[in-house]
Structures are given as C-alpha cells and as structure tokens.
Write a protein that binds this ligand. Sequence first.
Ligand code: GLN
Length: 536
Amino acid sequence: MATKYLFFTGGVVSSVGKGVTAAALGLTLKERGFKVAVQKLDPYINVDPGTMSPYQHGEVYVLDDGAETDLDLGHYERFIDIRLSRVSNFTAGQVYAEIIQKERHGDYLGGTIQVIPHITNEIKRRVGLVAKTTEADVVLVEVGGTVGDIESQPFLEALRQIRNEVGRENVFFIHVTWLPYIGATKELKTKPTQHSVAALRSIGISPNMIIARSDYPVTGDICDKIALFCDVEKEAVVPMLTCDVLYEVPLLIEKAGVPDYIIEKLGIKSTRKPEMKPWQKLVDNVRKPKPTVKIALVGKYVELQDAYMSVREAVKHAALSQGVEAEICWVHSADLEKDKGWDIVQGADGIIIPGGFGSRGIEGKIMAARYAREKKIPYLGLCLGMQLMCIEFARGVLELEDANSTEFDHGTESPVIDLMNDQRSITDLGGTMRLGLYPCVLQPDTKASAVYGLERVDERHRHRFEFNNAYKSQFEQAGMIFSGLSPDGRLVEIAELRDHPYMVASQFHPEFLSRPMKPHPLFVGLLKAAKVRGNQ
Ligand code: GLN
C-alpha cells in the first residue's frame, strides 16, 4: 500500500487545537490497525524551540533521542501512545541551516539558491523521511501557524508538490479553522473560514475537510454554508465544539465519522474495529465527581500554563489513577520571595517544583522546598526541582548556608550542584545539554524503587548541571537517599528524603513519559501521598 498523507493546516487564528486534533485522529487511525506516524512542521526560523522562551513557545518537549521539540509532540505521544524521534519535528531554521551549509560547501556548483526549489525540496525530503524511517501506513503532518503567514508559504508549497508527486489519491488536506461568535447578534461567523480557504486555494491547495472549531454549537446551516463557499463536501465539514476534557476529542472525532470518511476517501480499509471504550471510560472517570487534592505548582512561567503542559497532564493522569481530582494551584515562585502566595502553598496537599533555567525566582522555590521538608508535605521535584531540593537540604540541614548551584552563584563556597564535566567547554546554547533517554538504576528499598517496582528505568533528560558527588556522603549521613543513579554510579538521577512521607525528586523529566492510561510512577507516588495528606 502506498503511504497515505494527512496534511493539517490552520486557518483564522492559531491555538485552535490543530495539534490535539491531529493527535486524536492519529489515535483513531491506529485503533483501526494502521501504522501511523506524526510530524510537526514549524515555520519559524529558530533551529528548535530549545532556546526559545517558554512564554513565547510553551514547553519544550524532549524525545528519547534528545530532540527538543514543539509541545504538540507531547499531544501526539500521549494520545497515540507512541515514541517519536527527531524526524517528527523540524523548523524553517533547520531547513535553511542545512541549505546554507551545503551552499558554503560548494555543493550547488555556483547555482542560485532559491526558496523554490531548494527550500521546498529540503522540506519535501524531510517529510518523506518520516514515511521512510517509520514505514507508516498513514503519515499525519501538521503545519504550524496559520495560512496566510509569510513564513509558512514554502511549507504549504512543498505539501502541494508532494500531493502531485505521490498522487492525489494518497493525500488528504484537513483545514482546522475557528468560527468567531458575535455577541451582539448571537451568531457564529463563517467569513474568516471562507477567507482562509480562499488563501489556501490561491496557493493551489483545496482542503478535503474543514474542521470548524467553535465555543458555541454549530448548526447545520452553518456547515452547509461552509461547504458551499469553501467547496468541500457537506459530510467533510466537521464542527468541533470546545470541550472541557481534552481526552474526549478522539471520541468526538470518532462520533463525527471523521476517520471513516478519510479512510474511505483514501481508499484504505481498516484491519480492525476501533476500541474506544477505554477512552470513554477515561473521560467518564474524569467527569465523575471526586475528592479534590490540591497540588501547588511552584514555577516561573505560571502565567502561561502551556509552559508546564506535560507536568499538568502527568498530574492529571496520576490523579485519575488514584480516584481524585487534582486541583493544580499555580504559584509564582518570585511571589513567595515577597511574602505573597504562601496561602496557596500552605493549603496544598502536595508541591511540585518543575524544571527551569536562570536565577529569577530561585530563592522562592527553595523556600517552597524548605516548607515541604519541614512540614512534611509531599513533594516532587523535576530536574531543577531536584537540584533545589538538594540546595535547600544543604542549607537547612547541613548548615552550608552558602550552598547553591553554580548556575546561580558562580562563586559559591558550597557548590552542591555544579556543571557536568562534559558541559564545561560548551559555549553554544542550542542543543548542547544532556538530552534524551538515559538509564537510571534504582536502589532497593527506597521510595523510588517502590513506586516504580523496577530495578532499572530509562528516562528523558534536559540539563547541564548535576549533583556534586563531593557532598554525597555528607548528604547521605544527614538523611538524603540517592535512590536512582546512572549505571556507572557517577550521576545522581533520583534523590529522596528518608524521614518524610514523600519528598522525591529526579534529575530527569518523568512528565514526558506519562500517558493518560499509564500514569508515571513518580507522579503516582506524589498523588498517593497527597491523597493521604488531604484526608488528614
Ligand atoms: N537549569 C538546570 C540545569 O541546566 C535545570 C534544567 C531543567 O530543569 N530542565 O541543569
């Protein structure tokens, strides 16, 4: 069977859930027995989001192979339950960097390098790479941004060319748009959708399906209008109402007949019936009233919750497994330094300190870690959250008042967290951290080994600094247990407190491997302990 391609474009505005739609559709196709692959194309010039501010871009999602990618890849992995690789995300920056490097190398023999064909060819090559490396039956490709953006033009042109090269019968374009609601007249408007489709058609692409996102119910006549003006079959206009439970989207897509319509048009047959009952059960469970457990997330980018997307999802997955509703209370760590926000921390049944970089708000996070240790509040530290737990312990228990990470204080006398040796000579910021999957050996009879129930795990990393082993025995004597180590024993991967219900922290990012139906053990451990505390 020829590889089939589903291309997702966005119209009207961004953030309408194109990524979730692609992820959900990917799941329904996987459920039909197809091998699916997913790819996100980001038309911005940055080489990857690794160096971008989470305020602008949201979370950086890390893959097994260490690729620093767009947060949509998190949706793909969580919904479809697959492990993606570097080929599943690329940016205009990567494409240009490659072409310019070849040009400097003289590979073009004096030719003029142009957007068409050089840039578009490289885009096509990279899209083709996914099909080649994964041998997928269906490749879902999402183009970031909105149709009409100058920077997305070469990407759309490349997709148009692919359609001609692999044959129209093997390509299906899905345009995801937004229907604005006019309060004064109480009506949904289709005009922006019409305009975005007109923009698509002006570059030679006619969508095969329009998914119309809306905050208000979409009536049949609205769909008729979209079908008529946008030249799409009526059955291919799919209204998609905003829903409060993210994991319901696959069910809504299934109910709307989207996967069946698409596979019929692509001329492929499913090998099995989709089994969506577990998802229905999951959504029913989410909706069921449950006792609430409060989790304070003490972070730096709390204004933009997308910055902690995977952490938030991992908390929800674990909460669901424990039959509780997790209320995530966002705390700005810099506020704690100014004596604000403490009521939230004090009212929490559990505290999470997520990953982060740079010194702003660090002392506030250390204060929160101290509070968790002293008041025995369940605590989960993620990467930076482990480093700060160690700094707090050094200051508060070992009385090394100056203890710090050399990331925040170069001259500290007690560098309990220090730059990893192989990071010392690195000057470039992009893609140079310790990234991706590394093994971690769990020490027996620890909380970590108990929650995992395993001896060895592989987890995803993204850091430059590490626990300084010069302090190891001092920490151990005072009640810190290093319950996860790299196989050579040289790198602390998990630390936990002996005399505490659950103060566990990892140098890696467990949140990237949590799935709705396979919650991550470290988060489950936190939620279990928080539930016990909440019942007190
Ligand atoms: N800034 C710390 C480091 O580089 C922590 C990184 C993180 O939390 N992802 O080691």
